[in-house]
Design a protein around this ligand. Sequence first.
Ligand code: ZN
Length: 244
Amino acid sequence: MTPQDTTEPKCAKPKAVILLSGGLDSATCLAIAKDKGFRSHALTFRYGQRHLAEIAAAARIAETEGAAGHDVIDIDLAQFGGSALTADIDVPKGRSEDDIKDGIPVTYVPARNTVFLALALARAETLCADDIFIGVNALDYSGYPDCRPEFIAAFEGLANLATKAGVEAAGKDKPKITIHAPLIEMTKAEIVSRGTELGVDFAHTMSCYDPGDGLRHCGRCDACLLRKKGFAGAGVDDPTDYAA
Ligand code: ZN
């Protein structure tokens, strides 16, 4: 994919793979990885989502954040359907905060983060990277089973069992591969504040589940409502163009 990666000097910064969806959370996650001193390789999936505005957003973010590389990988979770993000199912609009937090929403994509992390793990092994960053959040998206700390811990265990790098490092002080989820216990307002401190340009990010014309945030889906609340709570000007 990027053969030049094998010729980097040994003193180069440690490498990390960053899952980059193009949303506010993953943009902040990329900025955090950079701040921690990692050379960041962004990874985005065209997975069959109905709206591709987030792919363009991810490319803008990877560029402005100075990612060392950005791979956009095609997979097709829409073949299975089962989500309002991949099938012809209405995206819920105008829900209350209590409704958003109640149960597993129809915008959950079956096993998405498991699939994404598995492919990020493959990319990490080919790059000789020991670190993977994912911008999941367990507070605002409490209904998603694959955004919980237990899931991240379990996947990290799997990553160290499943890979050559993990097996060769077995018995050492610390596991070889680390799954970082730096936003997992943060509120959306805290994420906006942290991203702002790190200089993230949120105007480049796309959170909406249903951007009607492909560019504007609808302003009424769960993701837009949480985004608005995050900026308001952080006291940061919201640069987003909302349709409502
Ligand atoms: Zn929206």
